[in-house]
Design a protein. Sequence first.
Lengths: 72, 51
Amino acid sequence: MKWRPGRSDAISSTECTPDGRLPDASQGEKHVRDIFYRMGFTDAEIVALIGAHGNFLCRSNLYYPYRPRTLP
Amino acid sequence: MRFNPESAHPANAGLNIARDKLELVKQKFGDQLTYSDLWSLAGVVAVQETV
């Protein structure tokens, strides 16, 4: 996997982005594309990111604690 | 992620365990890479080692 160095660190918490700015799926694909195109994502990369997160949430004990853990 | 309120946000619960472990690496090599580089590299290595 490719990895490149050169990222810089924040100096303090004032540089952290504020809460409450996550994408809102109920606003439709234009909203999602507005957010992720701005960061340089392609459509395929957006789908991969959303799919991976959805996959995790389906398996997560935190979000779905009563889901059967073993195959029937 | 090192700073509050992000580090204490419930969605980030448990990440402090990884940050604390990586802090040992940062103390050893800290002048050669930033926290941002270290954490992103750790993520890449984790994926490579588990796939």
